[in-house]
Write a protein that binds this ligand. Structure first.
Ligand SMILES: [Zn+2]
Length: 224
């Protein structure tokens, strides 16, 4: 197989290298869901990384929809142009380096973006929806009372509720959480990290969530 210069391909069209974006991708920024060979979700990769995996012959199979067609140079021997199709879900062989894949006690890193998405952009006290910039990370049991910065001790809260609660527990502040905070599994974390998750990718990820995952309901709420 002939290689393609991915740096050149990045510019969309240069020399005789070209990237065709299908309507499903709606742009070069759409990410591809990479899984291991057993289908366990691993990470989001861009089309260049996906192309690299194809060229390293690490792609076992693909699912989902066609996102990109990468047109490489003309093969001198065959006179044919190399074309590589990149799908929305790519299963790969080889070492993954994914701790969530093998460890049941894996805890994904905590950050506000994924926390707010876990809580569906709702303040977990007043149940109203806010844009991320108006949400904050509330420590249910405050630091001053021995609470930690852990998934099960943090929720999204609007500034008003967070200020009102101050350094008190919900009981002390007479406030009630609308949902129990949880630590996302690896598949849930991958979903929460996705910038724009296509319908087929979402369906794929949902199938890997625990049946009891609160995200099933929250996703329905997002979609409605
Ligand atoms: Zn609130």
């Amino acid at each position: 197989m002939q290689g393609i210069d991915l740096e050149l391909a990045d510019h969309g069209s240069l020399y005789d290298l070209r990237v065709v974006v299908t309507p499903a991708a709606r742009g070069l920024s759409q990410l591809v869901l990479r899984t291991d060979v057993a289908g366990m979700p691993l990470e989001w990769i861009d089309y260049k990384e996906a192309a690299r995996l194809y060229h390293q012959e690490q792609v076992a199979y693909t699912c989902g929809s066609l996102l990109y067609e990468l047109y490489g140079g003309v093969n001198a021997r065959s006179g044919k142009r190399t074309i590589l199709g990149v799908n929305s879900i790519v299963a790969t062989v080889g070492h993954t380096g994914n701790p969530g894949n093998t460890r049941h006690d894996y805890v994904p890193p905590l950050n506000n973006q994924t926390l707010f998405r876990r809580d569906a952009y709702l303040c977990m006290y007043c149940a109203q929806r806010f844009p991320s910039r108006e949400l904050s990370r509330d420590h249910i049991r405050p630091f001053s009372q021995g609470g930690g910065d852990a998934w099960t001790n943090v929720v999204a809260a609007c500034r008003r509720c967070n200020n009102h609660k101050a350094s008190r527990t919900p009981e002390q502040a007479k406030m009630q959480l609308i949902a129990v905070p949880f630590t996302p599994t690896y598949a849930e974390y991958i979903f929460l990290k996705g910038r724009r998750v296509l319908a087929d990718q979402m369906e794929y990820l949902l199938a890997h969530f625990p049946r009891s995952s609160p995200l099933h309901d929250r996703i329905q709420r997002w979609l409605s």
